[in-house]
Each structure stands twice: as C-alpha cells, then as structure tokens.
Design a protein around this ligand. Structure first.
Ligand SMILES: [Cu+2]
Length: 307
C-alpha cells in the first residue's frame, strides 16, 4: 500500500476513532521483550474481518542505550509481506507511506507505533487476526539484531493493548483522535439508513462543499453508501458494531460488485444482497452523479487507517 491521500478517509477514520474509542478487550497484558538495549512492550494488533487484505501492528520500543538504533524490518508468518509504515495528517489530508529506511530509535528515546502514526503493516494476510489470539512477529533492528515478539490481537478498533495502561499513543494520530471527539454523535434511536446518512453528513458536509448522499444499501451488519462532493465521490463499506455503524473502507465501483465485496470480507449472502440492492437503487440515479460514485480509485482500508 503506497501513499494515498483522501479527505474522505480522514473524515471516515475520525468517525471510527470517535465511536469505537474504548472497545472492551480480552484481559491480556502484552509481555515485555528485551533485545540488547531495546525493550519492546505493549505489542498488539487489531482483529480483522474474514478476507481482510491488511492489518496493522503496534508496539512501544524503549531504547535505553547511548546509541541510536533503527527498526529496519518486520515479518510474520500470517502475512505475505510486512512493511514499516507511517501515517500522518497534512492539512486535512491523510497520507500513509512505507518507510524504506525504517524507523529511527534515538538513544534514550521511547518510540511508539500506534494508531494514527507509525505502524507495522501486514499485507497479503493469510488468515484473519482473531481477537484474543497472538500473532508472532520477528523484528529486525540495525544494531540490536533480530527478536521474536507476539502481538496480542485486540478488538477490531482497539487503540491500545488490553489492560496495559502504561502504554498510550501520546504521539501519533492525536490530531484525528481529538477531532473525533468533536465529531462523535449519538445515532441511537435512529433507523440504520438514517443513522448512516446522519453520521456521514456530520462528518463530511461543509457549507462551502456540501455532501450529496447517494443510495444506502443495508444487508445484515453491512452497508454500502454512495456519496459525492466537490465533483468527486465514492462508496463506503460500513459495518454495524456494538457502538453503531462504522466505516470499514472506502472505494468506488468495487463496492457494487458482489465478488469484490466478498474479497473485501463481506459474507457471500450479504455481498449478493448489497450488489443487487445497489444496482436497483442506482438505476434511477443521474449518470453524472453515478460517475462521481465511481470516482474513488482503489480501496482505502479505514479500519487499518485508524493507525
Ligand atoms: Cu500502513
């Protein structure tokens, strides 16, 4: 996953941050692991949907040495490829990028890989990450060498390792987490469609660039909603969680295709229902607007973007 920038993703992840901030988790405490002068703690990952293509890993590294070191690689048997990533806000645009030179660990410093900032990125996932399990990861440091750690898999929107209050994501991602606090809204008492529309309006709509919501198609705990704004647009795949509807990912035409929905983790029956529902609902939509719904290029994982 290379650099990708979209305002939509920023807005969407604000929503996740706001509504799923404190998911209850299995009470496990990530073990501390030491290699040379480095201590790694609070290692965790988020549970993923079946067929999710990517997942993130988070941890804290304390360099107690007098020399800088560098995290240069990560690998795990559960993913075809592992990368070191950063995610940061530039204005109101979210950017995620691979760090080809790794992650610098200055002497005496504590470096946190946390939602919203630096993270391990696991791609080509071979199996879903299941809450309550552990994922083995090998970290390679320039000087300290190689070490095996385990990530505790938390809930799908976990923001920190379960029960480990010594680790907080003080740097990385606070911009949108703070933002999220303002954007969190109570949609209890609303119907599903009304709640999704209201929350996307609350997130995206601006006086100088109004949001147009397209059809919203709901199947079980999944929904696809189309939106347009400023001559562009896309579709969002949402999941119903115990905290309400949350945007799982953003894309364009992939989200009107049953096979692609399945590939993105939606169960067969719901994928079929959504594809049929979108086709029916969009049959009457102005072609110019439809074109905007198709404008979103690729797939932006919002769950993983909350990193
Ligand atoms: Cu990433």
């Amino acid at each position: 996953m290379n650099t990708r920038s979209i305002r939509a993703a920023f807005v969407a992840l604000s929503l996740l941050g706001g509504t799923l901030a404190s998911t209850s988790l299995t009470p496990v405490v990530a073990a501390e692991v030491t290699v040379g002068q480095l201590t790694i703690s609070g290692a965790f990952a988020r549970a993923t949907l079946p067929n999710a293509p990517v997942a993130g890993g988070f941890l804290t590294i304390v360099n107690a040495g007098s020399e800088a070191d560098r995290l240069i690689a990560a690998s795990t048997p559960v993913a075809g490829e592992s990368q070191l990533h950063e995610m940061k806000m530039e204005g109101d645009v979210m950017k995620m990028a691979q760090l080809p030179n790794g992650i610098e660990l200055p002497a005496g410093a504590t470096v946190t890989l946390a939602p919203g900032g630096l993270h391990l990125m696991f791609m080509q996932l071979k199996e879903p990450l299941v809450e309550g399990t552990k994922v083995p990861v090998t970290l390679t440091f320039e000087k300290a060498g190689t070490v095996e750690i385990e990530l505790d898999v938390g809930g799908i929107a976990a923001k920190e390792p379960a029960m480990d209050h010594s680790v907080h994501s003080d740097h990385g991602g606070d911009a949108h987490h703070d933002h999220a606090a303002h954007m969190a809204m109570d949609t209890s008492g609303m119907g599903d469609e009304e709640a999704i529309a209201a929350m996307q309006k609350a997130m995206f709509d601006k006086p100088d660039s109004p949001l147009t919501m397209g059809p919203i198609v709901i199947a079980g705990d999944y929904a696809v909603s189309a939106w347009a704004q400023d001559g562009t647009g896309g579709r969002a795949l949402l999941r119903k969680t115990d905290k309400g509807w949350a945007i799982h990912l953003c894309s364009g035409d992939a989200l009107k295709d049953a096979a692609q929905l399945v590939g993105l983790g939606v169960p067969d029956a719901e994928a079929q229902q959504i594809a049929e529902g979108v086709a029916a609902a969009e049959a009457n939509v102005d072609p110019a607007l439809l074109k905007q719904f198709s404008a979103f290029d690729g797939v932006m994982m919002v769950d993983e973007s909350v990193m």
